[in-house]
Design a protein around this ligand. Structure first.
Ligand code: PLP
Length: 404
């Protein structure tokens, strides 16, 4: 029997699986693991959203197949959000679609627009669906290193210049998972100008639009750039904004050709998210927004406790300006051993789980991602464990951190 499946061959083993297996084994032994590994929001979904879901589910009409591209009321609610938050006008008929989480939207857009061999520019390090959604679709990925040490526009130009055939699209994700990097509207303006002049689509992932810590600088949407809709589509998500990760609701908005392509593919693949979930999502977007500010304040408080307590324990964590992640260099004794070795030791010896940077791509090596999904008390406990752990460790090498 053939087992050498074309697509499966292109998917490397999931790098986080190693740490996850150790985590599961420690828990099976009854150990308490303080888990900063997965970006899985721990806050409960606000009550008014749950109430709306319960009300809708009691109506048998909602039990039928829903609409693949989303119920009209929810697409209108997304357009209203873009209007009030970004001053961007969207036609809910042609420029907006509901997805079963933004991850599903990204993966199915990849299926919709790429043929084998088409080149896509994807950030590295990145959230895995960015490159792998396209790899599964048979496209070729050119990884673009991102981070403070790289000039983004130079890397973008280089990526286009040295790719044959010319890339069909570039993926951008700010605020970034995993690095938490944020950008301003001028930055998006440059990318849009570049993409329009070269005939390249932009796929923007704005999953962390509402998780930011500088009240004066909410992350912009790329669709705010005049003319962006000629080339750009943007994904947003209910998962982090309204603490609804398990509900599986997200959106794509922007360029009508890309939205049309995604709509067409999805019309063959699914009947849309369960209607009561879409009704509740509509209530979330149209209803009171205090819950969004509250979630933001909780993540900010956790961030501050993390930075302060881990810093006192001997590990400097740069405060992330947005997202629910801190992105930190592995402490000095592990510079040579790398992020995977550090993550494993930290888990086994301190009972603290983080995600090794290498799992987000080769340019993530030397870092780990710490998700703010444990409460302040548990973060402080982790800092105490960390302090003991670091105190036991002698640097294993006198070499400088060149390997990073
Ligand atoms: C950057 C980014 N995009 C997309 C997603 C997936 O979001 P959703 O739950 O809407 O599929 C995540 C989830 O962690 C993410 O970090």
């Amino acid at each position: 029997m053939p087992q050498d499946f074309y697509r499966i061959k292109r998917l490397p083993p999931y790098l986080f699986a190693e740490v996850n297996a150790l985590k599961a084994a420690a828990r099976a032994r009854g150990e308490d693991i303080i888990d900063f590994g997965m970006g899985n929001p721990d806050l409960p979904t606000p009550q008014h959203i749950i109430d709306k879901m319960v009300e809708a589910v009691a109506d048998p009409k909602t039990h039928r197949y829903s609409q693949s591209r989303g119920i009209p009321g929810l697409r209108k609610a997304l357009a209203a959000y873009y209007a009030r938050r970004f001053n961007v006008e969207l036609d809910p008929e042609t420029e907006a679609i509901v997805t079963i989480g933004s991850k599903e939207g990204l993966a199915n857009l990849a299926q919709a627009i790429s043929a084998p061999g088409d080149v896509i520019l994807s950030p590295n390090p990145s959230y895995p669906i960015h490159p792998y959604g396209f790899m599964i679709a048979g496209a070729t990925i050119r990884h673009m290193p991102i981070g403070p040490e790289y000039d983004y526009m130079r890397e973008l130009e280089r990526g286009v210049q040295h790719s044959v055939p010319k890339p069909i699209a570039v993926i951008v994700n700010f605020p970034s998972n995993p690095t938490a990097q944020v950008v301003d509207l001028d930055f998006y303006g440059e990318i849009v100008d570049f993409a329009r002049s070269r005939g390249i689509y932009i796929l923007s992932d704005l999953a962390y639009s509402e998780i930011y810590f500088d009240e004066d600088k909410p992350p912009p949407s790329i669709l705010q750039v005049p003319g962006a809709k000629d080339v750009a589509v943007e994904f947003t998500s209910m998962s982090k904004t309204y603490s609804m990760p398990g509900w599986r609701i997200g959106f794509a908005a922007g360029n009508p050709e890309l939205i049309g392509a995604l709509t067409r593919v999805k019309s063959y693949l699914d009947y849309g998210a369960f209607t009561p979930i879409q009704v509740a999502a509509t209530a979330a977007l149209n209803g009171p927004q205090e819950c969004v500010a509250e979630a933001r304040a909780i993540y900010k408080a956790r961030r501050d406790v993390l930075v302060e307590s881990f810093g006192r324990a001997g590990w400097d964590i740069p405060p992330p300006p947005a997202t629910m992640f801190a992105w930190a260099k592995v402490p000095e004794p592990w510079h040579d051993k790398g992020s995977m070795a550090f993550s494993k030791e930290l888990l086994q010896e301190a009972g603290v789980a983080v995600s090794p940077g290498i799992g987000f791509g080769e340019h993530g090596e030397g870092h780990v991602r710490i998700a703010l999904v444990e409460n302040e008390h548990r973060i402080r406990q982790a800092a105490r464990n960390l302090k003991k752990f670091l105190a036991q460790k002698e640097p294993t090498s006198a070499e400088p951190a060149e390997a990073l």
